[in-house]
Ligand binder design. Structure first.
Ligand SMILES: N[C@@H](CCC(=O)N[C@@H](CS)C(=O)NCC(=O)O)C(=O)O
Length: 211
């Protein structure tokens, strides 16, 4: 199996980069400057010029949530997704889709309101995005109310990599994820994982680390 990850520090590629390190699989990492014009060769891999792209055995795949699910399927030994047919599988799918459909697009709207839409309407877009982001944070906080350590229970899954990455992006918002006490305890737990510390080291991320 061969992997090349095209990434940019701290962006939507972070969860995939983190999971590759968790899995301990061999991969190449290529930095993409998302502030610069994308090369024709990168646009051939990812027509929107976004990150992440993971080239899997020679074929480019994008969308961070899909990549996490694909890696879980290709490396079941990692145990990062409940097996097909297990009782936990439905909750895992529901949570992955909540994050990918409910939280990730709202984050994009928050950060790219004036680029993806009309600058004149950016405040309204951000106001709605904020409401949606905080609504999902509340749902995630509710999921942890029974004292479970991770979103799906005792085991770390792809949902935790995705959720932690998305919560990190809220660190400078009016209500960051860490202002929900259970989410603060949760990210303290996920950030303590050696692979999270390692991905931050490799990407040069120095904020939002424990202690
Ligand atoms: N839904 C996509 C979002 C990808 C995305 O928007 N990536 C951003 C970085 S977080 C990007 O590439 N931005 C550069 C641009 O839009 O020009 C995913 O989760 O992979």
């Amino acid at each position: 199996m061969s992997y090349t990850l095209f990434y940019s520090p701290g962006t939507a590629s972070l969860a995939v980069h983190w999971m590759l390190i968790e899995l301990g699989v061999a991969f190449e990492a290529e930095a993409v400057d998302i502030k610069a014009e994308r090369s024709a060769s990168y646009l051939a891999l990812n027509p929107w010029g976004r990150v992440p792209t993971l080239v899997v055995d020679g074929a480019p795949v994008s969308e961070s949530a899909a990549l996490l699910m694909l890696l879980a399927e290709r490396h079941p030994e990692g145990g990062f997704a409940p097996v097909i047919g297990s009782p936990e599988r439905a909750a895992w799918m529901e949570t992955m889709l909540l994050l990918a459909n409910g939280l990730s697009p709202a984050m994009r709207d928050w950060f790219y309101a004036d680029k993806d839409g009309e600058p004149a309407g950016a405040d309204a877009v951000q106001a709605l995005a904020r409401r949606r982001i905080e609504g999902v944070f509340q749902r995630l906080d509710d999921m942890l109310a029974d004292g479970r350590p991770y979103l799906l229970g005792e085991a770390v899954t792809t949902a935790d990599f995705l959720a932690t990455m998305l919560m990190r992006w809220s660190r400078n918002m009016a209500r960051p994820a860490t202002s929900w006490p259970r989410l603060e305890a949760y990210v303290t737990r996920t950030r303590a994982r050696p692979a999270f510390v390692e991905v931050c080291r490799r990407e040069g991320l120095t904020d939002w680390l424990n202690g």
